[in-house]
Design a protein around this ligand. Structure first.
Ligand code: NAP
Length: 242
């Protein structure tokens, strides 16, 4: 199960998991994007289903899980990439903006975790990777609501990792640095972040991150070999903040 699998890093995570033989459920706010991603995987010889669900809507998520279990079986891997960003001066963040940010990025993660864990406990094995943000480690101006939501994602990841550690289920987070995805390009177009090429030049490894960089780390954390790694934040950020 990959949330936000219709675009950006979520889409590449779906591709890479399918390429190694996993059956993939692509969940996204956009039915078109989810179905397109699933169809592309099927064309390449993989197995995938695409579903529309708003991760903030618990009943929609529960319904999506029923459908995925019917079509693909119990959930063994969860990657939560669905997320919303927004730039706003702190004093201008409205209650509605705050609530939606927390609902999608934090409660949405909680909803999927809680819907997933019973399958993993029953099977005695599971791999969970949440996508948080390096901004929750560094801070970021005009993003207080976003940064708070992603800090919560890191917290829930660590808490659940400890709780599930004896059960064969690992829970880790990737706090990406600056990754060239549609989300970042939209922010660049609106002038909310500097030119992608400028940020690339300032990054220690001298390039922007790619969805492939994130997906490779996710696939590793979802491997059998990563079974002794849990509760960790794996910084995939081109050398920042380390
Ligand atoms: P993206 O290309 O915009 O992909 C995010 C996907 O999540 C989109 O398909 C989006 O659908 C979907 N989504 C948004 N809200 C949703 C909801 N309520 N329910 C279900 N799906 C929803 O962005 P990305 O850069 O790949 O971001 C993936 C994750 O990485 C996000 O959590 C983001 O906060 C995090 N992140 C990104 C960066 C970066 O530099 N790109 C850095 C740090 C963290 P729609 O397009 O239909 O809205």
């Amino acid at each position: 199960m990959v949330t936000g699998g219709g675009s950006g890093m979520g889409l590449e995570i779906c591709r890479q998991l399918a390429a190694r033989g996993d059956k993939v459920a692509v969940v996204d706010l956009s039915a078109t994007a989810a179905e397109k991603a699933a169809a592309a995987i099927a064309e390449s010889g993989g197995t995938a289903v695409g579903l529309r669900a708003d991760v903030a809507d618990r009943s929609a998520i529960d319904a999506a899980y029923v459908s995925v279990r019917e079509q693909l079986g119990p959930i063994e891997i969860l990657v939560t990439s669905a997320g919303l960003d927004e730039f706003c001066d702190f004093t201008e963040i409205s209650a509605a903006q705050w609530d939606r940010m927390i609902a999608v990025n934090l409660t949405g993660t909680f909803n999927c975790l809680q819907a997933t864990v019973p399958d993993m406990l029953a099977g005695g094995w599971g791999r969970i990777v949440t996508i948080s943000s390096s901004s929750a480690q560094s801070g970021a101006k005009r993003m207080a609501h976003y940064v708070a939501s992603k800090g919560g994602v890191i917290g829930i990841t660590k808490a659940l990792a400890v709780e599930l550690a004896p059960s064969g289920v690992t829970v880790n987070t990737i706090p990406p640095g600056f990754i060239d995805t549609p989300m970042v390009r939209r922010a660049e177009d609106k002038g909310d972040v500097p030119d992608v090429n400028l940020i690339a030049k300032q990054t220690p490894v001298r390039r922007a991150g790619t969805p492939q960089d994130i997906a490779a780390a996710v696939v590793f954390l979802c491997s059998e070999e990563a079974g002794y790694i849990t509760g960790q934040a794996l910084n995939v950020n081109g050398g920042w903040y380390i």
